[in-house]
Design a protein around this ligand. Structure first.
Ligand code: GTP
Ligand code: ZN
Length: 188
């Protein structure tokens, strides 16, 4: 984020603090606008950016296309676009390679981290991770499940503490195949 936008956020934070009745000049708050601007630069760091840090390998195994590769319980943090409060949880993702193309395993959490760094709804985060993976390696199938807690449902509003929201998205060989989906969900 450039310094002009950083300054816009700092001024906005001062305005919000003043509007809620705070004294922006008291010691504990003096550096808060700057900290919040830095924090937003980090948690919204992927707005208008593309995910490029991706390594694709050609597997040396002949029958890798018969495998289901599952990366489970990848933690993530994102911000809900309705309230700008965190939602966070775990993602499990499975794919069936196509044409021997596999991805560097660490790139799965990196892709999720990238998609998470913008204002989101959980449903879109779920489909966007799958669609991006599809774009990058065109696997024969993708299954993804996201389980998350939403602070906007817990610390305010309905105050439904501890709820888990689960979203799923299937592509290719997983789509419409209830047996494959159910096996994936049992393991994920
Ligand atoms: N589908 C979906 N809804 C979300 C997500 N995150 C937050 N929400 C919901 O977005 C809705 C926004 O509803 P509004 O009625 O406009 O906002 P609100 O008055 O603050 O609503 P309450 O949260 O019910 O107090 C709420 O029902 C939230 O629970 C998400 O990731 N997906
Ligand atoms: Zn919300």
């Amino acid at each position: 984020m450039d310094s002009k936008n950083q300054k816009i956020i700092e001024d906005a934070v001062r305005a919000i603090l003043t509007a809620v009745g705070e004294d922006v000049n008291r010691e504990g708050l003096l550096e808060t606008p700057e900290r919040v601007a830095k924090m937003y630069a980090e948690v919204f760091g992927a707005v208008n950016t593309d995910f490029t840090n991706f390594t694709v390998f050609d597997s040396t195994e002949d029958d890798v296309d018969q495998e289901v590769i599952t990366v489970k319980k990848i933690p993530f943090y994102s911000m809900c676009e309705h309230h700008l409060l965190p939602f966070f949880g775990e993602v499990s993702l499975a794919y069936i390679p196509n044409d021997g193309k596999i991805v560097g395993l660490s790139k799965v959490p990196r892709l999720i981290g990238h998609v998470a760094k913008k204002p989101n709804v959980q449903e879109r985060l779920t489909s966007e991770v799958a669609q991006k993976l599809d774009e990058l390696i065109h696997p024969k199938g993708i299954a993804i499940v996201v389980r998350a807690r939403h602070m906007c449902m817990e610390m305010r509003g309905v105050r439904s503490v501890g709820n888990i929201t689960e979203t799923t998205y299937y592509m290719g060989e997983f789509k419409g195949d209830l047996a494959k989906q159910s096996l994936f969900l049992q393991q994920a």
